[in-house]
Design a protein around this ligand. Structure first.
Ligand SMILES: N[C@@H](CCC(=O)N[C@@H](CS)C(=O)NCC(=O)O)C(=O)O
Length: 218
């Protein structure tokens, strides 16, 4: 039995969860909070979530987990079989993961957790984001899916990461950098929200957030 560790407000955790739902795989969930404690490091060497327990052992890094699930359970496929199309999908995925999500993550503390980032971080992040969003826009098709006419892994990542990027930049800079660049992520997110996999993930995210709120109020 597959067991997914993490917590349902983590975007990386939710990305893996949507893959599990899209593939129709049964799995258990176990709450795990990032830490540098030895037992966690044995499963996830950087102490990050998510990580997945499989019959073979533990696996960390959300995209590696998604790729493993796709290889072990090929249907429905998360990528095109054609090598070129698949490479273009992975190019988009790298744009999203490395050049958008990982960059905007620098300001999450201010956007979502009541902290403040330094002026240096704020301006460096803005410069990188504006450039990287323009690069993403050159590649993204939104026709209606990010890589073209087929739903792929790119959409699972995009429909989770783009809304956070839009909201974070709105909160920190007073401007949604995606909308400003002409990327209508709200319409796209609405389309993706029609999928059962996303509906289940979002409902569980909401329930978790509600439970956290009630816990904090006690
Ligand atoms: N590259 C990792 C990133 C995972 C990640 O950063 N997870 C966050 C939670 S959303 C975390 O564990 N943060 C704690 C830390 O960075 O120490 C992946 O794709 O799984």
């Amino acid at each position: 039995m597959l067991k997914l560790y993490g917590f349902p407000i983590s975007n990386y955790y939710n990305k893996v969860k949507v893959v599990l739902y899209e593939k129709g795989l049964s799995f258990e969930e176990s709450e795990s909070i990032p830490s540098q404690e030895e037992p966690l490091l044995q499963c996830s060497p950087l102490g990050k979530v998510p990580y997945l327990q499989t019959e073979h052992g533990y696996l960390a890094e959300s995209q590696v987990i998604c790729d493993y699930l796709d290889a072990a359970h090929p249907s429905p496929a998360l990528f095109s079989a054609d090598p070129w199309r698949q490479a273009k999908e992975r190019e988009l995925l790298t744009m999203l993961e490395l050049h958008l999500e990982l960059v905007v993550r620098e300001v999450y503390t201010q956007a979502f957790f009541g902290g403040t980032v330094s002026e240096g971080t704020r301006s460096r992040t803005e410069k990188l984001l504006r450039r990287n969003i323009a690069a993403f826009k050159r590649l993204a098709k939104f026709a209606p899916y990010v890589a073209g006419d087929t739903f792929t892994m790119v959409d699972i990542a995009a429909a989770i990461h783009l809304p956070i990027l839009g909201m974070a930049t709105q909160a920190v800079y007073g401007e949604d950098f995606l909308q400003a660049a002409g990327i209508d992520w709200k319409a796209y997110a609405k389309l993706m929200a029609e999928r059962e996999s996303f509906q289940r993930m979002r409902a569980e995210q909401k329930a978790y957030q509600q439970a956290q709120k009630e816990k904090a109020a006690k």
